[in-house]
Write a protein that binds this ligand. Structure first.
Ligand code: BGC
Length: 316
């Protein structure tokens, strides 16, 4: 009797242990499976898609002469039109972009122009198959507008977001007429993209003109210590930038054909800063005392809007 009780107890203990062991296996494997599906599949998918992505072609298909739409569409319309763009940043879906480009726009009181600009530029940058972010750097009210300072801020802030290789320094009132004008940088020399503007009958104002739209790699921009922060008011900062390029033993190249043509948006022309010629004279001695390495700013806000990254800053 005692013998059969012992045997039954032994049997029950074995069954309970077996049951606990199966439950443990079931729970453990379940959580492992959950972990794999949560983390690894997304990583695996990511690496598979990057592996599969080939470099985008050197010359993207479908480029050419553009129609310029100067209508100021509502934000709602433009945002709906470019619903695939998020946080002011975009990259090609089917290939790996050849360059990561930050488009930097110094800005103040030109909201209408910004809408026209974004409506025109996004399709171009997408067709050119670039990975890009558009940075609109607004100077808060107060001091006179300082274009060079705003570019420096845009450069620094863009690099906090991503390892951009190319920086396109762009006025908001200029629209490229042909998208063979590629928004990329050359490692050889800084590039001037504005070969001609309609308001000047597409003639170059002077050979060393370096305003409007220009492009530099990160290395080139750092090699010249960026823009001077000393040009308040209209004019001079682009001439000073040109000098910095030359003093750094580089040169500016420009493609002079129809691809470099721009249409300008009308606005009241600012009065030129008459002191700019005096500031320009001291350019060489200021180059390493005034620029990226001495930049001080107060970032009031940085917002990742759908179609651009909006920064508001003031000079400190
Ligand atoms: C100014 C430049 C400007 C150019 C064209 C020059 O006098 O110094 O800043 O880009 O004129 O308007």
């Amino acid at each position: 009797m005692q013998h059969s009780f012992k045997a039954t107890l032994f049997f029950v203990v074995i069954i309970i242990q077996g049951f606990l062991f199966c439950a443990w296996i079931f729970i453990y494997r379940g959580s492992m499976y959950e972990q794999i599906s949560r983390n690894d599949t997304s990583n695996v998918m990511k690496s598979l898609t990057t592996q599969r992505k080939r470099k985008c072609p050197l010359v993207s298909p479908g480029l050419g002469q553009l129609k310029i739409d100067k209508v100021t569409h509502s934000w709602e319309t433009i945002e709906k039109k470019f619903s695939k763009i998020k946080d002011g940043h975009h990259c090609p879906e089917n290939c790996k972009a050849r360059q990561k480009v930050a488009i930097i726009i110094p800005f103040r009181d030109r909201e209408n122009q910004l809408r026209v600009f974004l409506n025109h530029m996004h399709p171009i940058l997408m067709r050119q198959q670039l990975e890009y972010g558009i940075y609109v750097v607004e100077q808060s009210k107060g001091l006179e507008f300082n274009r060079g300072f705003l570019f420096n801020v845009g450069f620094k802030e863009a690099l906090k977001d991503s390892d951009y290789e190319c920086f396109i320094l762009h006025d908001v009132d200029l629209l490229p007429e042909n998208d063979y004008n590629t928004y990329t940088c050359s490692t050889d020399h800084p590039k001037h993209l504005t070969a001609g503007i309609d308001k000047w009958n597409y003639k170059m104002l002077y050979t060393s003109y370096f305003g409007g739209v220009s492009g530099m790699t990160r290395e080139q921009y750092e090699a010249i210590n960026g823009f001077s922060n000393s040009f308040f008011g209209w004019g001079g900062e682009d001439d000073d930038l040109y000098n910095r390029v030359i003093w750094s033993k580089m040169s500016v190249y420009r493609i002079i054909n129809d691809a470099g043509k721009y249409t300008s948006l009308q606005h009241k022309q600012a009065v030129g800063n008459s002191k700019r010629f005096e500031v320009l004279k001291t350019g060489k001695e200021r180059m390493w005392k005034d620029g990226l390495n001495t930049l001080k700013y107060n970032l009031l806000q940085k917002t990742y809007k759908q179609l651009y990254i909006h920064l508001t800053v003031n000079v400190t």
